[in-house]
Write a protein that binds this ligand. Sequence first.
Ligand SMILES: [Zn+2]
Ligand SMILES: [Zn+2]
Length: 370
Amino acid sequence: MQITAAVMEKPDGVLARRRIKLEKVELEDPREDEVLIRVTSCGVCGTDKGCIHGLEPFPIPGVLGHEGAGVVEAIGSRVSLVKTGDRVMIGVPFCGHCLTCRRGEPRYCQNYMALTSSGYRMDGSSPMSRDGETLAGRFFQQSSWVPNTLALERQLARAHDGLDLDLTGQYGCSISTGAGTNFNELKPYPRSSIAGFGAGNVGLGAVMAARMTGATTIIAVDEVAERLALAGELGATHTLQHGPGTVEEPKALIRDNVDFSMEATDGSNLVSEAIEALGVRGTCARMGGAKLTETVQYKFADVPLKGKRIVGAMGGGGQSPMFLEDLMRLQLEGRFPLEKPVKFHDFADVNQAIDDSDAHKIIKPILRMQ
Ligand SMILES: [Zn+2]
Ligand SMILES: [Zn+2]
């Protein structure tokens, strides 16, 4: 079928970043394990922007978008988990047969990079082409900045009745990353303290989740005042403007007992600060994005002397997509007000949504495709 896709091209010398243009693209029919989805919306996430700014890898020309949600239009011959008409969101893909997938941790699939960033299926093919030219049309196996796309059956989660479908795509990346890091990795215990560096959608998802744990001190750190105000509304007990004092201030607030810290920035790399801010036996979870060659520094004796731990939290861990449906249940009960940071944009305004997000004018842009 022919669709209109947001195609990423090389910089044209006018914009500093890579260009996104809406163009006619040919989309294949679903293969036996694939599902054709009428995409109703898709978020603009940090990893999309990382690719647009050349910080994270993705082939050009290609189609981004990895927080898609929509309605199943057709299914492949071996698909049994969903049927035509189901409302679904598209989670992070996993291969299902590597060692970590078989151990029940698909967010750490050993084929993760091939499935997310190569732009192609595992067999090297792509379902999207433009005038006979193959496009990288498989970002996170979904490339959802389109009105129709294909995805793998196993990466889909059903949206519960009663939920606004266009809010659920965020569970595919930003929200599950922030929330899952709390629920699956850090698991804050009663009266513990947690400091989040970065209050974008990942950091705000973390704050919303932290409020549902035993943590009684939840500190949000960011440079943008509007984000901090929202963090306070969503459950942060303290908010700190990022600056020279943001390592010492959390310590001072709770007498050097920061139990957990989270680095959730979109390219600022505050990992060193998040580690330094911890108290004795504290754990820092890394879930933010930055250039893949970035490095982190910390004082040599600090980590062993205080028994600190540093953990990676890819996408928040958890057994996707089951975990995503569990999070949606919390939203259904009103415990996850993830609509608050969102601003919807028409698909045609994709470039404006990217630029407004880059300029920190909005926290979470979501594109409406239909
Ligand atoms: Zn795997
Ligand atoms: Zn993302």
